[in-house]
Design a protein around this ligand. Structure first.
Ligand SMILES: *Cc1c(COP(=O)(O)O)cnc(C)c1O
Length: 411
């Protein structure tokens, strides 16, 4: 990625986030849990409030000006999302509740409707539970077999082993773009190219990539791509499923209700076209408006700049943390997003988390919805610090000091 151009001064973005001006345990907020959810800039909060104050109405059915305005804003956001991930058509963008719902939609609509007992899905050891359990449900419902790509000691997917997992029964590869625990950015373009050479479609879980780097679904050539609004500085309750148009067109609806139909009689229902077919009921309209504002906010900074900013923090933080005796990083493969997981000799991750919390440092300690990965690295949990637009070296320094304190307390 091009990092030669000078980075903008990121301290001027931090003031856009009202919560970071608050205090936590009487101290300035040190927020290092963006991988769980990102804080919201004023621009997103205002866009949603303005929508409720000035433009609110239900969409797609009103014949009055307000509803037309709300519909226009909703549909314009579809175009904003299309550009953000560089999809070919705006009809390929489906609004869902988040990454989790997007994957469940694909598993049930694409998978369950056409797969048989003994058909296989390839996942990796580093998947979030959201990209395991929807496929596991298919194992229970129709007897689908899950095959798992191993992860190397540094935290990369083993591409040689990946290729060996294919069989004539392979129906799908579902893999994360970036790991929420290790930070590893997977070579999804190569992974997709190989799967396609075997005539197998690919779903990419973009929950940890969409906030941190430019995403181009046409370049990856994946068949499905999912991400959550709340991790890209937008609201909770909204997310995106991208699917190639030909696939979405052929898929049956996931849920039935209003807004996804053309005509309804008790004897026969005909469905709306993609993407309305997948958006049953009144959607999270304000959530979509907020999502659009979040994407515009990130694009004004520039995804390349966001990536470079977080890389520079990673390069600042990793050597600093590694200098702490007994601290071990889980996830040292490159490239990685701004996510640092670690464990310490003889101090349980939860105890570290408790000390950090007392110091006003918000990190996550636990299995991070990736239990198979904890088992792979033979740890009960990790402490995870994760970065965003607003993260600065002062946050990393506070983390470092709090770790030293935990070490003194538990030595
Ligand atoms: C957070 C996350 C999910 C789940 O996202 P939701 O917003 O909870 O649906 C899935 N995959 C990865 C890699 C994540 O980080």
């Amino acid at each position: 990625m091009n990092t030669k151009t000078r980075l903008p001064d990121f301290s001027r973005y931090r003031i856009d986030f009202p919560l970071l001006q608050e205090t936590n345990r009487g101290k300035p907020v040190i927020y290092l849990d963006s991988a769980a959810s990102a804080q919201k800039p004023r621009q997103v909060i205002d866009a949603m409030a303005d929508f409720y104050v000035r433009d609110y109405a239900n969409i797609h059915r009103g014949i009055y000006e307000l509803s037309e305005r709300a519909t226009r804003m909703y549909e314009e956001t579809r175009e904003t999302v299309r550009r953000y991930i560089h999809a070919a058509h705006k009809e390929e963008i489906v609004f869902v509740r988040g990454t989790t719902e997007g994957i469940n939609l694909v598993a049930q609509s694409f998978g369950r409707s056409q797969w048989q007992q003994g058909d296989e899905v390839i996942l990796s050891t580093m998947e979030h539970h959201s990209n395991i359990v929807p496929w596991y449900l298919l194992k229970e419902q129709i007897g689908v077999v899950l095959k798992v790509i191993p992860v190397t000691d540094s935290g990369a997917v083993d591409l040689e082993e990946y290729k060996k997992l294919f069989s004539p029964r392979t129906k799908m590869v579902a893999i994360t773009h970036a790991s929420n625990v290790l930070g590893t950015i997977n070579p999804v373009k190569e992974i997709t190219a190989f799967a396609h050479s075997m005539n197998v479609p690919v779903l990419v879980d973009g929950a940890q990539a969409a906030p941190h780097m430019p995403v181009d679904v046409q370049e990856i050539d994946c068949d499905f791509y999912v991400f959550s609004g709340h991790k890209i500085y937008g609201p909770t309750g909204i997310g995106v499923l991208y699917g190639k148009k030909a696939l979405l067109d052929a898929m049956p609806p996931y849920q039935g209700g209003g807004d996804m139909i053309e005509t309804v009689a008790f004897s026969k229902v005909t469905f709306a076209k993609t993407p309305q077919k997948f958006e049953a009921g009144t959607p999270d309209i304000a959530g979509v408006i907020g999502l659009g504002a979040a994407i515009r906010y990130m694009q004004a900074i520039g995804m390349e700049n966001i990536y470079a900013h977080e890389q520079s923090l990673l390069h600042y933080a990793e050597p600093k943390l590694l200098a702490v005796p007994g601290l071990r990083l889980i996830g040292t493969a490159t490239p990685k997003v701004g996510v640092i997981s670690f464990v310490m000799d003889s101090i349980h991750p939860h105890d570290i988390g408790t000390v950090l919390d007392h110091e006003g440092v918000a990190v996550r300690a636990g299995h991070h919805c990736a239990m198979p990965l904890m088992e792979r690295f033979n740890v009960p949990a990790t402490v995870r610090a994760s970065f965003g637009i607003y993260t600065n070296e002062n946050d990393v320094d506070a983390l470092f000091e709090a770790i030293l304190l935990a070490k003194r307390l538990f030595a």
